[in-house]
Ligand binder design. Structure first.
Ligand code: HGY
Ligand code: MN
Ligand code: MN
Length: 401
């Protein structure tokens, strides 16, 4: 049962985490280093040649005897959100390694080149910008991001150097001549479970934008300033967030989340002079995102004028929606059929590294059911049986590709 083997390895990988609830394994940290070491050993044991690149990825490579062989990349991310689950990302790194190992044992060779990649950063938790690992491999990394700072004021460039990497070599890390990219990932939603299916084929991936809001008023004494004389940035932020929520709730095919907010100076008895929060807004329709953001900017101006606040809104990330490649979808359909699995097609509400490859090669994804659709949460869980299903499908895909 390859599913059982993958499940057990994922349990071991989940121990590389900061303390606290769930899994916290952020980019360029000691937990990331430990997971890279662990994953590289797994790749070697599976019969892959391994190397590490200068953005913190681990790459396992198999070179076909056929000199004209095409190259398939299968990847996902090792990093997690804060207090996240064991499977978001990690499942898509470990299952292909396990499948490759057994396929090679049984079939002695593959008739294509294969690269299995563990991307160092996909979530963009530390530097508020996503897909750093896959963007470098796909050759779409913007070097201006090297100056992006984390919450402790450390730049990405400094963090890479502290991790033992050389940011000046990032341009050489693009992998050329990739024919196709495939990613296996938990659905992170409730659809497969509702359909009582363990696996599904992804048709498209939502676009996602991130914006940072900073509101400035006047810090003041919580006891002495009359309510009508305050310039309370906290109240402004609260009103804007509630308005964003009601605006987006009344639209279709778009979602918006404010997952992080800070008040400054942040003391119980001080009126917040500053409030900073981040908006994550997503849709399969990019124009709808842009038009909704314009409405949100107008709402922000209105509320700040009313509360005598100044504000700034800075876009910090933008990933456009992507349609999965028809040829890969058809190959996956045949793989599902040959593995005895029902074919079910669904879009992805979550963003994935696969989006970095959309413009440079054929891109496809397989989803695995996760219990109650829970993800980005310590309760994230999968079954050995569903892992077994996806291993069987990947095994068939290796035969067909
Ligand atoms: O946020 C996402 O959609 C993904 O989990 N990075
Ligand atoms: Mn993910
Ligand atoms: Mn995630």
């Amino acid at each position: 049962m390859l599913g059982k083997e993958a499940f057990n390895i994922l349990e071991s990988l989940s121990t590389f985490s900061e303390s606290g609830e769930g899994i916290t394994r952020l980019f360029l940290t000691k937990e990331h280093k430990a997971s890279n070491d662990f994953i590289e050993e797994l790749m070697k044991d599976a019969g892959l040649q391994t190397r590490r690149d200068n953005i913190g990825n681990v790459i396992g490579e198999y070179f076909s005897k056929n000199k004209n062989a095409k190259t398939l990349v299968i990847g996902s991310h090792q990093d997690t959100v804060i207090h996240g689950g064991k499977y978001d990302g990690a499942l898509g790194v470990i299952t292909p390694i396990v499948c490759f190992k057994h396929f090679l044992k049984e079939n002695k060779e593959l008739n294509f080149n294969l690269k299995i990649i563990s991307f160092g950063d996909e979530e963009g938790v530390r530097f508020a910008t996503t897909y750093l690992g896959s963007k470098v491999v796909a050759g779409i990394f913007d070097k201006k991001l090297l100056d992006r700072k984390d919450e402790n004021g450390i730049t990405l460039k400094e963090a890479l150097i502290n991790f033992g990497l050389d940011p000046s070599k990032i341009d050489n890390e693009k992998i050329n001549n990739i024919d196709s990219y495939l990613e296996i990932h938990i659905e992170q939603g409730p659809v497969l479970e509702e359909k009582k299916l363990g696996v599904g084929i992804v048709t498209a991936i939502q676009g996602s934008h991130r914006y940072n809001f900073t509101l400035e008023g006047m810090a003041g004494h919580a006891g002495t300033i009359p309510m009508n004389m305050r310039r309370d940035a906290g109240i402004g932020a609260a009103e804007i967030i509630c308005k964003i929520n009601s605006l987006i709730k009344n639209k279709k095919n778009i979602v918006a989340t404010i997952g992080r907010i800070n008040f400054f100076p942040g003391a119980i008895n001080v009126i917040p002079g500053k409030a900073v929060f981040d908006l994550d807004i997503r849709s399969i329709d990019n124009d709808l995102i842009f038009s909704s953001v314009e409405e949100i900017k107008n709402i922000t101006k209105e509320i700040c004028d009313k509360n005598n606040l100044t504000f700034s809104i800075k876009q910090t990330n933008e990933v456009e929606p992507n349609i999965c490649n028809e040829e890969i979808i058809n190959l996956l359909k045949d793989s599902f059929k040959n593995a005895g699995e029902e074919i079910f097609l669904l879009p992805s509400g979550a963003g994935h590294d696969a989006q970095s490859f959309d413009k440079i090669c054929k891109m496809g994804m397989i989803f695995v059911r996760c219990k109650d659709g829970i993800s980005h949460n310590p309760l994230e869980s999968v079954t050995v049986e569903d892992l077994d299903k996806v291993c069987k499908i990947l095994n068939e895909f290796f035969k067909l590709y």
